[in-house]
Write a protein that binds this ligand. Structure first.
Ligand SMILES: Nc1nc2c(ncn2[C@@H]2O[C@H](COP(=O)(O)OP(=O)(O)OP(=O)(O)O)[C@@H](O)[C@H]2O)c(=O)[nH]1
Ligand SMILES: [Mg+2]
Length: 197
């Protein structure tokens, strides 16, 4: 059922992990390179207009917390890999994400959003290495699938899957289009498991 997700509402934005809401229940975080479509994915799985979608990459600099119910949250994390970001901002991102993943006990797993045309970039791999180290489950969305043919989508899914075989933590993947809505049902079903709906 997608109704759980349609009820989502924005709670707050924080710059520091210390400002996050109480660490209880289940939290799922959306991560990925700047411009991969994190905010668009969030809108698609909840409702339109929840997260701001920007045309300028690197807009989401804060951790935005959305609430599904008292025990379930979604966190939209700042995007990484924005070439024009100052070094200080990049360092800050790394520190924040590192702290967040390390300390957040309610964090059930990461939704890693990648542009299907540019999967597994260096920073995505760093993040996956880190998640493996911390034994954190990751569900990968190959977003913007509308930009490829059906064959192209299947081919990329296979190639990425092959590359993920080296990881020992739980990693799953699917194609997605925040534009067209392809993959939403599959993602809801997947999230239902993490949220124990
Ligand atoms: N064609 C296509 N475009 C998409 C899709 N998802 C997102 N976009 C576009 O990609 C751009 C970036 O989307 P955002 O959702 O703002 O990306 P983001 O990852 O949240 O970006 P930051 O917050 O800057 O890190 C926007 O112009 C979106 O309209 C998709 O599935 N297909
Ligand atoms: Mg965003």
């Amino acid at each position: 059922m997608s109704s759980h997700y349609q009820k989502a509402y924005f709670l707050l934005s924080v710059a520091e992990v210390q400002q996050l809401p109480p660490d209880q229940g289940v939290e799922v975080a959306i991560v990925g390179r700047s411009n991969a479509g994190k905010s668009s994915v969030l809108n698609k799985i909840t409702h339109k207009g929840l997260a701001r979608v920007s045309k300028t990459p690197g807009r989401t600099q804060l951790i935005n917390i959305f609430v599904l119910d008292e025990q379930r949250r979604l966190a939209d994390l700042p995007g990484y890999g924005f070439a024009k970001a100052p070094a200080a901002a990049k360092a800050k991102w790394q520190k924040t994400i590192d702290l967040y993943i390390r300390q957040r006990e309610s964090l059930k797993g990461l939704l890693l959003v990648m542009d299907i045309r540019h999967p597994l970039k260096t920073l995505d791999r760093h993040l996956l290495d880190y998640c493996e180290h911390r034994q954190l489950p990751v569900h990968i969305l190959l977003n913007k699938a509308d930009k490829l043919s059906k064959t192209g989508v299947l081919k990329t899914l296979q190639e990425v899957k092959k590359e993920l075989a080296i990881y020992e933590n739980e990693i799953t993947l699917q194609s997605f289009s925040a534009l067209k809505g392809d993959g939403v049902k599959e993602l809801h079903l997947f999230l239902n498991k993490w949220y124990e709906y």
